[in-house]
Design a protein around this ligand. Sequence first.
Ligand code: 5GP
Length: 130
Amino acid sequence: MSSIFTKIITGEIPCYKVAEDDNYFAFLDINPNAKGHTLVIPKKEVNKVFDLDEDTYIGLMHFARKVAIALEKAVPCKRVGVSVIGLEVPHVHVHLIPLNSMKDIDFKHKVSLKPAEFEAIATAIANHLD
Ligand code: 5GP
């Protein structure tokens, strides 16, 4: 069965898309730790990040870096934090989280955003991509 994230890539499940190329996809986390919390995934469905083949792993980090640079321009923050967990969704994803304090990297701390806010953030990040 396809993962939730594969269904997001194929459009079966909606998302607030930030970026896409042939191999990678970035979209806003639906339950963000902080405004701008973004997930970056390989289109290839693999459970654990260090099980990715080396080229896909390096490509994922390269793509995540581009998104993180755009994210930091779009969402005011001290820096963008990176985390890979995967205990909830068994499809590799890199969390990019705009950080202003330690609570922003705490996955028990969540912020509530309206659909229009998600839309505006996704558009702002996309507009800052090179
Ligand atoms: P992890 O697997 O790293 O523990 O966390 C999975 C993350 O994916 C969570 O931050 C959660 O909010 C996010 N997530 C789970 N389901 C969906 C979904 O259907 N859409 C989006 N945009 N994010 C999701």
